[in-house]
Design a protein around this ligand. Structure first.
Ligand SMILES: Cc1cc2nc3c(=O)[nH]c(=O)nc-3n(C[C@H](O)[C@H](O)[C@H](O)COP(=O)(O)OP(=O)(O)OC[C@H]3O[C@@H](n4cnc5c(N)ncnc54)[C@H](O)[C@@H]3O)c2cc1C
Length: 391
């Protein structure tokens, strides 16, 4: 039986990963009464993420709009982190390290230079440096390098630290976090009373609010059927550089090794995140022998010294992919349902921008123009509400 809590919540946020938690925090800062539902807050894609704020180095052909969003989000991160750290006393792990991108062989160099040319044409802050100059920056780089690009503005945060700080901030601001999954989203037909939008949780409890924000990662498609998210599996390894005092890596190192992308993200505490595979596979959370082997093989081609580091963790999670790699931020069709999902490779980077946009949607009644390229209506140009109808 479905029981209605009849509460006075302003906004329900479904999913409390880095996107849902950031959205809930910004809403609460603007005075909204917020309730989050998530059976395992922070245990989705956010748990695996390397945390690169790679607005420049992630930019690729055909993604000009995404680049614009990413650059705007990257510029927001320092204030976002400062405010979160000030509210909670907990670190987000923001490190202003810049990013080196390396080519392993001649073919990789050709590809890297082609991409770099695009970055130059689009006015991004990246420049080719000699491999000797790269080695001076990072002495542990391997002997076989064909080219190096330096992107001084591509930094990193630690997603697990940021997520922890966000949950602390939510609790301090009296955001109700209910550790239950949402089974159904109920579109609203009125702005007050029992016809407001809402959700039904796994206990059959109905929660109602003025606005329901669906931020359930790739699972969002199961809650709002017109939402075209899909799981894109990624595997990562975590190494512990503290175990080998002579090993040093300061900057984010990305690379192409015989056409395969790989990255190493060094945290301040000595953890090195090596990632990440990108597989059109379901979210089965299984690390495969082949996936782990390929990651470590390619990472050691660029930084051979990782050979001696203990492997502390192997993790697999699924990114919330979207058909055009842009996120989905905005009204989903049925009244009172807003999507904040589909952030694919850049959800950590895009969290402050998404949160600010959804908070503005609640407080001002409309989304900022800056995120219009991410509006879900691009997949349903006729605004066909039937298409979004929840079963
Ligand atoms: C290997 C890997 C490396 C990555 N590296 C980076 C990076 O360097 N930089 C970057 O910016 N991004 C990176 N990403 C992408 C980034 O992790 C995601 O884009 C981001 O975490 C998406 O956040 P989210 O909150 O939307 O989704 P998630 O973190 O997946 O959170 C979704 C939440 O919804 C909850 N949920 C699901 N179903 C329901 C339901 N029915 N009811 C209630 N709650 C539900 C889940 O429990 C989960 O907590 C990486 C991803 C992977 C996999």
């Amino acid at each position: 039986m479905e029981m209605d809590t009849g509460d006075t919540t302003d906004v329900i946020v479904v999913g409390c990963g880095i996107i849902g938690a950031s959205v809930a925090w910004q809403l609460a800062r603007r005075g909204a009464v917020v309730r989050c539902l998530d059976p395992h807050p922070g245990d989705g894609s956010t748990y695996a993420a390397a945390g690169m704020l790679a607005a420049v180095t992630e930019t690729t052909f055909g993604e000009h709009e995404l680049m614009r969003l990413n650059l705007e989000a990257a510029a927001m991160w320092p204030d976002f982190a400062t405010q979160l750290e000030a509210e909670t006393g907990q670190p987000c792990g923001l490190r202003r390290t810049g990013t080196l991108t390396l080519a392993f062989d001649g073919d990789d160099r050709q590809q890297l230079r082609r991409l770099h040319q695009l970055h130059v044409e689009w006015g991004l802050d990246a420049r080719e440096i000699t491999t000797d100059a790269a080695r001076q920056m990072e002495p542990t780089l391997g002997p076989r390098l064909a080219a190096a690009i330096w992107a001084p503005g591509d930094h990193q945060v630690d997603p697990r630290s940021a997520q922890k700080a966000l949950l602390t901030a939510l609790m301090a601001r009296k955001v109700d976090i209910i550790e239950r999954a949402v089974e159904r989203v109920l579109p609203g037909t009125a702005v007050t009373g029992p016809s407001r939008p809402g959700v039904v949780d796994t206990n059959g409890q109905v929660h109602r609010a003025d606005l329901v924000v669906v931020a359930a990662g790739w699972n969002s498609r199961l809650l709002a059927p017109g939402c075209p998210t899909r799981p894109v599996k990624g595997q990562v390894a975590r190494l512990d550089a503290r175990a080998v005092p002579t090993f040093q890596l300061t900057r984010v190192v990305r690379g192409l090794v015989q056409d395969r992308p790989v990255y190493l993200v060094p945290r301040a505490d000595g953890e090195i995140v090596v990632g990440g595979t990108s597989e059109e596979q379901p979210d089965n959370r299984q690390v495969t022998a082949g996936g782990a082997f390929a990651l470590l093989r390619d990472a050691r081609a660029l930084v051979p010294g990782i050979d001696e580091l203990p492997v502390t963790e192997l993790t697999a999670r699924a990114r919330p992919g979207s058909p055009d790699n842009l996120p989905l931020i905005g009204d989903a069709g049925p009244p009172g349902i807003v999507l904040a999902t589909g952030h694919y490779r850049n959800g950590v980077l895009l969290a402050p921008l998404t949160a600010a946009a959804v908070a503005a949607r609640w407080a001002d009644g409309k989304l900022p123009d800056s995120v219009s390229a991410a509006h879900p209506a691009r997949f349903h140009p006729t605004h066909d509400h039937e298409h979004f109808a929840v079963p």
